[in-house]
Every structure is written in structure tokens, then in C-alpha cells.
Write a protein that binds this ligand. Structure first.
Ligand SMILES: [Zn+2]
Length: 136
């Protein structure tokens, strides 16, 4: 039995690209939230509100201008978190795709990559194409 098919629907490959994008966006969102949560805080003031961070302090005026550096730093931390999250999400997606790819093995007759569970090879029609050895 193949335990690597949790959804029991191995034919559902058209959404693979969407899965990648989903992982990427989800990772970026997650990383961004983490980065935002970890942004540096200012003595007596605490962490800067999102609108200040998002504009890197561009909307600060008067004495608040001294917070611009922290706002920029907070922005950078948030972006760095988002990029890191996106990379991790991408990596997870790639691993999932790779694990799917490695569940395909070459047919013993024609070498075409086929499912481990195929009863006959879709390329040459050989029965039990995934069976090892038996080279005549
Ligand atoms: Zn074959």
C-alpha cells in the first residue's frame, strides 16, 4: 500500500501551480505577521502602529520624526519576515511536489515514468510495470 496519498485522489494535479502560489503567499503572510510582531519597540512609546511602519515613518511630523529610523527598521523586519516566510513556504511546496514526483518510477519495460501503483504502463502497456527486476 502507498501511504503517501492522504487525499486518495492522485489524479488531481492541475492545481499544483496554485498550490505553490498558495504556499508562497501563505508563507509570506505568516512571515510578515511574525516579523511585524517582532519589530523593534521604542522606549516609552513601545511598538509603532502599522500605518507608521507601512510608510516607513514618512507620515511622521515634528518631533515624531525621530521615530522614522525605528519605523524604517520595523518595516525592514516585517519585509524580511515576509521574504523568509515566502522562502520557507516555497521550500515546503517544493518538497511536497518533489515527494509527489519521486512516487513516479520508471517502467521496467520502456522506462517511461509511471505511478508506483499503475497496473499497466500507459506508455507500452506492460503489466505490473512497477514490479522490480524480472528482466527476461
Ligand atoms: Zn512501459
Amino acid at each position: 500500500m502507498d501511504t503517501s496519498a492522504p487525499n486518495g485522489n492522485p489524479a488531481s494535479t492541475p492545481g499544483k501551480r496554485q498550490d505553490l502560489v498558495g504556499w508562497l503567499a501563505g508563507g509570506a503572510l505568516f512571515g510578515g505577521v511574525i516579523g511585524y510582531a517582532l519589530r523593534p519597540s521604542v522606549v516609552l512609546i513601545g511598538k509603532l502602529p502599522f500605518n507608521v511602519v507601512a510608510t516607513r515613518g514618512a507620515n511622521l511630523s515634528g518631533v515624531d520624526r525621530i521615530l522614522a529610523d525605528t519605523a524604517a527598521a520595523s518595516f525592514n523586519v516585517t519585509v524580511a519576515g515576509a521574504v523568509l516566510g515566502a522562502l520557507i513556504g516555497w521550500g515546503c511546496a517544493r518538497m511536497l511536489v518533489m515527494s509527489t514526483a519521486t512516487s513516479l518510477i520508471p517502467c521496467r519495460e520502456c522506462g517511461k515514468r509511471i505511478s508506483r501503483e499503475a497496473m499497466t504502463c500507459p506508455g507500452c502497456g506492460a503489466p505490473a510495470p512497477a514490479a522490480p527486476g524480472s528482466s527476461k
